[in-house]
Design a protein around this ligand. Structure first.
Ligand SMILES: Cc1cc2nc3c(=O)[nH]c(=O)nc-3n(C[C@H](O)[C@H](O)[C@H](O)COP(=O)(O)OP(=O)(O)OC[C@H]3O[C@@H](n4cnc5c(N)ncnc54)[C@H](O)[C@@H]3O)c2cc1C
Ligand SMILES: *[C@@H]1O[C@H](CO)[C@@H](O)[C@H](O)[C@H]1NC(C)=O
Ligand SMILES: *[C@@H]1O[C@H](CO)[C@@H](O)[C@H](O)[C@H]1NC(C)=O
Length: 493
């Protein structure tokens, strides 16, 4: 063989790469047809990023069975609207923050609340609306754990923030564990150990874990410190100041994103997905029609979780049935307009009753009780706080509450509204995570919920599946599952 032929790439490779170029870039005349199933914040984020990546000529159809916003919606009580479902955002939820800004929506500052931790008999901890008083009270009860918590959260957030850089660089991940590992190998490990064990290993005291961490988990996820450590840690990040929500309701973000992305919104239930050659045939039922319709797509993004109560979508023609099932946890939200029974909580005056009541005992009839903020400015005090004269309290519980049970918690009940949610995964101490990629060009955004379910992770999942679809469509292999090198392999947290 001459040097020349050695230097030349083998013919087969040349043919192959020009085929690739033809298939994926140069001669690709038709843009892919994309279906997104689900119009919650996840599907809306996927729509936004698909439009950004694939450009204006790509067909994007978004199917929504009930209401755009999904688990983000508002409830109207006595003429005032309140967030129902996803309510509280963290200051470092950068996608939610950017979407809010891009859509020119205002934010609501969630300050001025008073935290209390109730054990069924009394408050083991009562905070203060003044941050310095609050801090000294925390230090008094939990000592160095308060400082440890601050380091823990800062470390968690700085690792979590890596996902924004990675996604800005176009990196995509086919599995949830891959996405977690890219932020920090420790994150993936934390999904295999209980929160209790993870935090105790990190040096936190039993009292701190039981009261503050347990209370936050019962309120955020209706579950105990036996849940895996990643979601448990995400849950305590809310102990930071600067919590916020969207003026007018958090659901305005998915509504705005879907409009902005100029997708075809189809109010319909998807019932079947069939693999037909290189395409996917999506079968759906329009809201106002009884005969099913079929449409073929190159890319399908499933943006809803499949759990014990979800609408069933049947898969046909796949070499193996895609793994999508997640066991979900029920949380009942009861909105009570009325006056709490202060003697039940061992208080003398209503003014002394904490506005956010967490529980350190997971066996009470309720998971948390919180004074609610109307989403409209005109119904809040100038400093953003809520008037206690016409209060609405949200009681979270595992089961619907009977009138007797509610009567114990409130002395006066002017009205009662109930929203019964299949809310988020029922987490295990060690989780078997699912994949984003179910087939060639079929993706499951909500696999991310088994790591941690919140608005921001759904937004991140939405960008991940959009990037994954894009990278695969154009054969950008280097930006798929390309884990960043760890520095020396040593990770704290
Ligand atoms: C009570 C409660 C409190 C919460 N509190 C917070 C909080 O304070 N902060 C926070 O960040 N997160 C919170 N969350 C979690 C947060 O609301 C969710 O993680 C997030 O809204 C999930 O968005 P999603 O788009 O992934 O899913 P969803 O919002 O569930 O969207 C899925 C959509 O798909 C539609 N759909 C389903 N099946 C089909 C089908 N076959 N065909 C067509 N459409 C279909 C559904 O109608 C739905 O609209 C809370 C959730 C609950 C329930
Ligand atoms: C938010 O938007 C700004 C510009 O509008 C951008 O520079 C920044 O990277 C965005 N942040 C994230 C996390 O996407
Ligand atoms: C309030 O709570 C106390 C203490 O649990 C209870 O004895 C009382 O019956 C309750 N009041 C009402 C009106 O239910």
């Amino acid at each position: 063989m001459t040097v020349l032929t050695k230097l030349m790439p083998p013919l087969s490779l040349l043919v192959f790469s020009s085929f690739l170029m033809c298939r994926f870039t140069l001669c690709e005349e038709k843009a892919p047809k994309i279906a997104i199933i689900g119009g919650g914040i996840g599907g809306a984020s996927a729509a936004h990023y698909c439009r950004e990546l694939f450009g204006k000529d790509t067909t994007i159809d978004l199917y929504e069975a009930e209401q755009v916003g999904g688990r983000l919606r508002t409830i109207t009580i006595d003429g005032k609207k309140y967030d129902s479902g996803g309510t509280i955002l963290h200051p470092r939820n950068f996608y939610m923050k950017n979407f809010t800004k891009m859509l020119e929506l205002d934010t609501v500052d969630h300050k001025g609340g008073v935290l209390g931790i109730y054990d069924g008999k009394e408050f083991v901890f009562t905070g203060s609306k003044y941050s310095l008083v609050m801090l000294s009270k925390l230090l008094w009860r939990y000592g160095y754990d308060v400082i440890r918590l601050n380091f823990f959260i800062q470390d968690l957030l700085s690792k979590f923030s890596r996902i924004y850089d990675l996604q800005d660089q176009g990196m995509a991940f086919t599995s949830t564990s891959g996405l977690l590992k890219a932020m920090s190998p420790k994150f993936e490990e934390m999904t295999h150990i209980s929160t209790k064990a993870a935090l105790s290993e990190a040096g936190f005291s039993e009292k701190f874990i039981k009261e503050l961490v347990g209370g936050a988990l019962m309120s955020n996820y209706g579950q105990t410190t036996n849940v895996q450590g990643f979601v448990g840690s995400v849950s305590i990040a809310g102990a930071e100041p600067g919590l916020w929500s969207v003026e007018g309701g958090n659901n305005r973000v998915p509504e705005g994103l879907i409009k902005e992305a100029k997708v075809n919104l189809n109010m319909a239930v998807v019932t079947d997905i069939t693999l037909t050659g290189k395409q996917y045939e999506v079968q759906y039922l329009n809201k106002d029609s009884s005969s099913p319709v079929k449409k073929a797509y190159d890319i399908v993004i499933i943006a809803t979780p499949f759990h014990q109560d979800s609408k069933k979508v049947n898969f046909h023609g796949f070499p193996e049935t895609p793994k999508t099932y997640q066991d979900f946890h029920r949380t009942v939200a009861t909105y009570v307009r009325g006056v709490p029974n202060i003697s039940k909580f061992g208080q003398q005056r209503l003014d002394d009753l904490p506005t956010a009541i967490l529980v350190s005992n997971p066996n009470l009839i309720f998971n948390s009780i919180g004074l609610q903020r109307p989403v409209d400015k005109k119904y809040r005090n100038p400093d953003g706080t809520v008037d206690k004269s016409h209060p609405v309290y949200k009681v979270f519980s595992q089961e619907p509450l009977s009138d007797e049970q509610l009567g114990e918690l409130f002395t006066t009940i002017d009205s009662k509204d109930v929203v019964d949610w299949m809310a988020y995964p029922h987490y295990k101490s060690s989780e078997k995570l699912l994949n984003f990629q179910l087939h060639d060009q079929m993706y499951y955004l909500n696999s991310i919920e088994l790591a941690a379910s919140c608005m921001e992770t759904s937004a991140i999942g939405g960008r991940n599946v959009a990037l994954l679809a894009y990278n695969r469509w154009f054969g950008i292999q280097g930006k798929i599952d390309n884990l960043p090198k760890t520095s020396g392999g040593k990770t704290e947290l």
